[in-house]
Design a protein around this ligand. Structure first.
Ligand code: NAP
Length: 298
């Protein structure tokens, strides 16, 4: 692509290098941050930025081996890290994870609801089990975690901050992702509802939406989806994809003392990709065609 002068446009500037923090040193000294899905991908990147700023971390998800590997990696950043196995679909296991966190470092001050499940599939091919599983993890699991966090803070009369990781198809719909888009729309609604319900008690609830931020833990399904659209950077208004640390920096801001009057808001960190429109609409391509699937046979 070239601009009017014949030169390639620069796109949005690159972010600062890894290892740099967005906030003053020690912003999270003495704070406890619980990140669901903190053993992989964007959750691990978010956890890393809180750790650099002094937080004690609790990372929670189902697979212990991945959690332990991430714990060792994150501990290298300076703070204390505890890995707690938990399936967020189960309210008893959610309560047990909070018990474990509280026993380790105290009631978490910040909850980052990052765990989710997703894979592309045309809606007509989606099994009831696939629908239930994605909605249970992404929406119901997020609610169970958030409810437990709030109940404990309300009982203790302490403030807290919740960040729910969303997706921009919560507003636009997500062809090929009917289950995840519906679940993320529910998450966005929860952010707006709970911020009002719990604001009087000092609990902030915000959403944070990543754009395309490739990472080494992407599932084969999601990676395959990216590979179908080669040259992803050139398809973004920013002319680059996002770096996971850019999401981490936004998360540390939203839960920080510098954002105490921001609640019920969802911040999108995607280089304006979700607002992209052209003067001329692109040719319509069905989800089946995009995924290389043949005709629906019933
Ligand atoms: P990911 O690597 O697939 O991570 C998902 C995490 O959730 C894993 O650590 C997984 O750990 C955990 N998890 C799944 N089911 C769980 C359950 N039942 N209980 C507890 N933990 C569970 O995803 P990601 O790409 O880092 O995405 C992180 C968040 O960003 C998600 O909310 C996603 O929807 C959102 N997002 C990502 C992108 C992107 O470009 N990557 C774009 C838009 C939105 P276990 O398997 O160990 O349970």
């Amino acid at each position: 692509m070239t601009d009017e002068t014949g030169a390639p446009p620069p796109g949005l500037p690159a972010p600062p290098p890894p290892g740099v923090s967005a906030l003053p040193d020690g912003t999270y000294d003495g704070a406890v941050v619980l990140v669901t899905g903190g053993g992989t991908g964007l959750g691990k990147a978010i956890a890393a930025e809180f750790a650099r700023l002094g937080a004690d971390l609790v990372i929670a998800s189902r697979k212990e081996d991945r959690l332990k590997a991430a714990r060792d990696e994150l501990a290298g950043l300076g703070g204390r890290v505890t890995a707690v196995p938990c399936d967020i679909r189960d309210p008893d296991r959610v309560a047990a994870a909070f018990d474990a966190a509280q026993e380790a470092y105290g009631l978490p001050d910040v909850l980052v609801n990052n765990a989710a499940a997703n894979f592309p599939v045309p809606a007509e091919d989606m099994s009831p089990n696939a629908w239930r599983s994605v909605v249970d993890i992404t929406l119901t699991g997020t609610f169970f975690m958030t409810r437990e966090f709030a109940r404990r803070h309300l009982a203790a009369r302490t403030p807290g901050s919740v960040i729910a990781i969303g997706a921009s198809y919560a507003w636009t719909g997500g062809p090929g992702f009917a289950h995840s888009a519906a679940a993320k729309a529910g998450v966005r609604s929860l952010v707006e509802t709970l911020a009002v319900e719990w604001g009087p008690y000092g609990i902030q609830v915000n959403g944070l939406v990543p754009g395309l931020m490739p990472h080494e833990d992407m599932t084969a399904d999601i990676r395959g989806n990216l590979d179908r659209a080669r040259d992803e950077a050139a398809r973004q208004p920013a002319l680059r994809v996002g770096a996971p640390r850019e999401l981490g920096w936004a998360a540390t801001f939203l839960a920080s003392p510098y954002a105490r009057f921001i609640t019920g808001h969802t911040l999108v960190v995607d280089g304006a990709n979700w607002q992209r429109r052209g003067l001329v609409s692109p040719r319509m391509v069905t989800v089946r065609e995009q995924m290389g699937r043949g005709a629906f046979e019933g």
